[in-house]
Design a protein around this ligand. Structure first.
Ligand SMILES: [Zn+2]
Length: 233
C-alpha cells in the first residue's frame, strides 16, 4: 500500500470512529438535558405547592383575625343592647348585633374552608415531597454516570482528533484539501469508497476496466468519476 492510501485510510477510520463517538456524546447530552429538565420541573412543582400553602395560610389568618373582630363587634352590640333606653335604639342595636353575628358566622365558615384548603395542600405537599425524595437519588445517580461517560467519550474524542490531525498532516496538500472537501461533502468516515466488483461501493457507479486496474495496482490515488471519492480495494 502506498503512503497516500495509508494516510487516507487512517484519516477515514479516525473520522468514522470520531463520528460514532460524537453521536454518542450527543445522545448522552440529550439524556443529561432530559433528566435535568425533569428535575427542574419537579422542583418547580414543589416550589409552587409551597407558595400555594403560604397563600392559603395567609388567607386563613386573615379570616381568623376578621372573625375575632366580628365576634367582638357582635358581643359589644349585645352588651349595649341590654342598656338600650328607647325601643328605636334597641332596634338599631339589635340590627347591628345581628349583622355582626351573621358576618361572624360567614367568617367562621370561611376560616374552616380555608383551613381545609390548607390541610389538603399540606397533604398533597407531603405526598409530592415523599415521591420526590424517592425519585431524586436515581436521577442524581444517572446524571453523575452520564457526566462521567461524557467526560470519558470527550477525552477519547480529543485523543482521536489529535491522531486525525497527525494523519492529515502526513498527507500532501492536494490530498488533504480533496479529502477535507469530501468529508464536508459526504460526512466524516464517508470520503473513501471500496471497490464492489467493478463498481464504486458508495455511489454504485460502474467503473471502466482501466480505472479498476489502476486502483488494483495502487500506484497513484484514484477517484470515482461519479462521486469523486477515493477508490480503494
Ligand atoms: Zn462513486
Amino acid at each position: 500500500m502506498n503512503e497516500d492510501t495509508e494516510n487516507l485510510k487512517a484519516a477515514d477510520e479516525l473520522d468514522s470512529e470520531l463520528s460514532v463517538i460524537r453521536l454518542e456524546i450527543a445522545r448522552l447530552q440529550q439524556i443529561d438535558k432530559k433528566i435535568r429538565t425533569a428535575v427542574a420541573a419537579e422542583k418547580k412543582k414543589l416550589a409552587d405547592l409551597a407558595q400555594k400553602i403560604a397563600q392559603a395560610e395567609a388567607a386563613r389568618r386573615k379570616f381568623e383575625s376578621d372573625l375575632k373582630h366580628a365576634e367582638h363587634k357582635a358581643r359589644s352590640s349585645r352588651e349595649r343592647l341590654s342598656q338600650a333606653r328607647t325601643p328605636k335604639e334597641a332596634e338599631a342595636l339589635e340590627h347591628e348585633a345581628a349583622g355582626a353575628e351573621a358576618e361572624a358566622a360567614r367568617l367562621e365558615e370561611a376560616t374552616f374552608s380555608a383551613l381545609e384548603t390548607e390541610e389538603n395542600l399540606k397533604a398533597e405537599n407531603d405526598r409530592a415531597t415523599s415521591a420526590y425524595e424517592q425519585w431524586i437519588p436515581q436521577q442524581k445517580e444517572t446524571i453523575k454516570r452520564t457526566q462521567l461517560m461524557m467526560e470519558e467519550k470527550q477525552s477519547l474524542a480529543n485523543d482521536l482528533e489529535q491522531e486525525r490531525i497527525a494523519a492529515i498532516n502526513r498527507m500532501t496538500t492536494d490530498l488533504r484539501d480533496t479529502y477535507e472537501w469530501l468529508v464536508k461533502e459526504y460526512g466524516a468516515g464517508r470520503a473513501i469508497s471500496r471497490l464492489d466488483g467493478s463498481s464504486c461501493s458508495r455511489c454504485g457507479n460502474v467503473l471502466v476496466p482501466g480505472l479498476i486496474d489502476k486502483v488494483r495496482h495502487g500506484e497513484e490515488q484514484q477517484r470515482c468519476p461519479n462521486c469523486s471519492r477515493y477508490l480503494m480495494l
